[in-house]
Design a protein around this ligand. Structure first.
Ligand code: NDP
Ligand code: 2IT
Length: 444
């Protein structure tokens, strides 16, 4: 049995109740086969794969808070510190009722490779809670965030582990958490990213994941002799990543015609109105029915369905496993040329395989959505030097990072004889740097 298969078997046995984690590990290890085969003796002797699939440590804790009726509520908090071979742990905090240890582990595991791809010195981690921010008052959100940070603050620090936003965690939540960290630890430091601009945040961080996704997509198209001009784009999600992906798509001359939330989706043939979408989702925190009601030609549909709309480029930006095999078939049948993941693991393994086998240029989230965490690392740099850079400066760095990522993953795929397989290219390029650092640092 090959070393990869041996480790896959161990990981499956140890984590049988964590399907998302197993999915993420299977994708990575499967695509690393050419590198592992070339170095099997060295990696096996050093148990590289056993070490990289086991978190350095994981914290699970009780988060008690008082709701507006005076009732005590209890949630479960998580922080998984997966690998710090190349820098302090870095990764977001997800607040969503579906959150469990397996989901945080899949996200933390992917973060190792993504963060390596950014070319910046950050390790992989992730955290969150099964807390549901929907329908909560600002006071309830603050009560939860303060309680969550009261425990989390023991494990993080500007040179140790630097959390940020993810699903359900935006500027409001980061602000409440930063305030509580400062209060308990008495330290004003860059312990979180995605902070407000008045207290150490970076320009462009809010837009960075969506913008970065489009910068990478643009480079992908360019290298295949195509431009973004006049392209029709289907986007899923209606949160931070989706909104700024749509905005940048429009700035680059394409037209994004769909978005979705957890209850339904919108098709707007005139192009999604970003200002209206921001008003509905960021200010009112309302449903997409409100968007559709304000747009004469927009259609609203309950459930899921954005991938049935004919498009040149598909950008899944909501959550994991939201683009299934049937969706992939529909996209191919409609002539879709490229799929780039704004979300983490939105495409199932069989859907990815189908897209790749049918000539769709497919770039996975570890490369395509790395602009968010890359800009977080730029926020850390600014905090360290106690300066802040202009919008243009950060945006130019972000563009450069995304273009570099595209070429690094393309080159890695070519080096190992899998040209055009950007999933393998990303996993290989991300893995190479981490494994070199792990070997240099001995058994730890
Ligand atoms: P937000 O919370 O801002 O938005 C998530 C959006 O997806 C919402 O519109 C939400 O609907 C919708 N959605 C639909 N179905 C689900 C579901 N089952 N679970 C959760 N959300 C659902 O999150 P982000 O935009 O920040 O994150 C989107 C994806 O991008 C995630 O996979 C995240 O891990 C990834 N990502 C985020 C980065 C960042 O910087 N924020 C960086 C890199 C990746 P509703 O409006 O009804 O809640
Ligand atoms: O999935 C991700 O890369 C994020 N949610 C962003 C993490 C970060 O530290 O900015």
């Amino acid at each position: 049995m090959s070393y990869v298969d041996e480790v896959l078997e161990i990981v499956q046995k140890k984590n049988a109740d964590q399907p998302e984690f197993l999915q993420a590990v299977t994708e990575v290890l499967d695509s690393l086969r050419p590198v592992i085969d070339a170095n099997e003796e060295l990696y096996k002797k050093n148990a590289i794969l056993e070490r990289i699939t086991e978190p350095d440590r994981q914290f699970m804790f009780r988060v008690p808070w008082v709701d507006d009726n005076g009732q005590v509520q209890v949630n479960r908090g998580f922080r998984v510190q997966f690998n710090n071979a190349i820098g302090p742990y870095k990764g977001g905090l997800r607040l969503h009722p579906s959150v469990n240890l397996g989901i945080i582990k899949f996200l933390g595991f992917e973060q190792i490779f993504k963060n390596s791809l950014t070319t910046l010195p950050i390790g992989g981690g992730k955290g969150g809670s099964d807390f549901d921010p929907k329908g909560k008052s600002d006071r309830e959100i603050m009560a939860f965030c303060q309680s969550f940070m009261t425990e989390l603050c023991k494990y993080i620090g500007a040179d140790v582990d630097v959390p940020a936003g993810d699903i359900g965690t935006g500027a409001r939540e980061i602000g409440f958490m930063f305030g509580q960290y400062k209060r308990i630890r008495g330290s004003y430091e860059g312990v979180l990213t995605g902070k407000g601009l008045t207290y150490g945040g970076s320009l462009v961080r809010t837009e960075a994941t969506g913008y970065g996704l489009l910068y990478l997509t643009q480079e992908l198209m360019k290298c295949h002799g195509e431009s973004m001009e006049g392209k029709t784009v289907c986007v899923s999600g209606a949160g931070n990543v989706a909104i700024y992906a749509i905005q940048k798509a429009h700035q680059l001359g394409a037209k994004a015609v769909t978005c979705s939330d957890s209850t339904g989706w919108v098709y707007d043939p005139d192009g999604i109105d970003v200002a209206l979408l921001k008003e509905v989702k960021e200010v009112k925190r309302a449903r997409l029915t409100e968007y559709a009601a304000a747009r004469p030609n927009a259609e609203y549909h309950e459930g899921r369905g954005v991938w049935q709309i004919k498009c040149d480029i598909a950008l899944p930006c909501a959550t994991q496993n939201e683009l299934l095999l049937d969706d992939a078939k529909q996209l191919v049948a409609n002539g879709c040329k490229a799929v780039c993941e704004g979300a983490n693991m939105p495409t199932t393994l069989d859907a990815t395989k189908y897209l790749q086998e049918n000539g769709v240029w497919f770039v996975g989230g570890k490369a395509a959505n790395a602009g968010g965490v890359a800009t977080s690392a730029l926020e850390m740099s600014q905090n360290s030097e106690r300066l802040s850079w202009s919008f243009e400066e950060v945006d130019a760095k972000l563009q450069n990072i995304m273009v570099t990522i595209y070429h690094n993953i393309d080159d890695a795929a070519k080096r190992y004889g899998v040209e055009g397989d950007y999933v393998a290219g990303a996993n290989i390029a991300g893995f190479e740097k981490v494994v070199e650092a792990m070997l240099a640092q001995g058994v730890c």
